[in-house]
Design a protein around this ligand. Structure first.
Ligand code: ADP
Length: 212
């Protein structure tokens, strides 16, 4: 089974993916993580991605879908699509790529979070550059301040989590990605999770497991 996670930046896609990977044996396909790896490795693709990511803008579809197609050649089952698709065009290309591989998206999980909560979550986020797990300075503190519980690496703030970049990202989500909810909501396998200020990550996970 392949699962797609749909939701704004800060909606908890990465945290949910982490639980599904750890407990249910899924593998993650996070376009953001794949792009950050290219940037760290200073590849030509990474240099191209950085131009957009550093501004909070979406990387062009041709570049993104090249990275995705490459990844899918060897992995196309038990996947969690996290951060892809982000445009209708990406959704259609992804479907075509999967059909060629005799695979499909079985479930689309939409995490619906009010926009005022998103800003708070992103502004307090710290991530481990090594294992990619995210923390929050108030709601998900590491055991030792500033240090990853899993591997002891120093936590960092993502450059695009700065407030002016977050604004651009949320706008990109509203304009380009939110219309995907309408595209998927009447298809089989659509799961709508409502997450408000009081919902914990464990509750979201439990609801997702129930729905799956
Ligand atoms: P978040 O969901 O918190 O925005 P991601 O790691 O998924 O975090 O994405 C970070 C950035 O990477 C995006 O703002 C964008 O620049 C780029 N990116 C990731 N996935 C895509 C995609 N599918 N299409 C275009 N750009 C993407």
């Amino acid at each position: 089974m392949n699962i797609m996670l749909l939701g704004a930046p800060g909606s908890g896609k990465g945290t949910l993916a982490e639980k599904l990977i750890k407990n249910q044996g899924f593998n993650q396909m996070s376009t953001g993580d794949l792009m950050r790896k290219e940037i760290n490795d200073k590849t030509p693709l990474g240099i191209e991605c950085a131009r957009y990511m550093n501004e909070g803008r979406l990387v062009p579809d041709e570049v993104t879908m090249g990275i995705v197609k490459n990844f899918l050649q060897d992995n196309h089952n038990q996947l969690i699509f996290d951060g892809i698709p982000r445009t209708l065009n990406q959704a259609k290309i992804l479907e075509e790529n999967l059909i060629e591989l005799n695979a499909k998206i079985d479930k689309v999980i939409y995490i619906d979070v009010p926009s005022e909560i998103l800003l708070n979550r992103i502004s307090g986020r710290l991530v481990c550059p090594k294992c990619k797990v995210s923390y929050h300075i108030i709601s998900r503190k590491p055991k030792l301040e500033g240090i990853c519980d899993n591997d002891g690496t120093e936590l960092v703030r993502r450059p695009d989590d700065a407030p002016e970049k977050v604004k651009v990202r949320l706008e990109a989500y509203a304009n380009e990605t939110a219309p995907l909810v309408d595209y998927y909501k009447n298809k089989p396998g659509f799961i709508h999770i409502v997450d408000n200020a009081n919902t914990t990550a464990e509750e979201v996970y439990a609801e997702v497991l129930g729905a799956l």
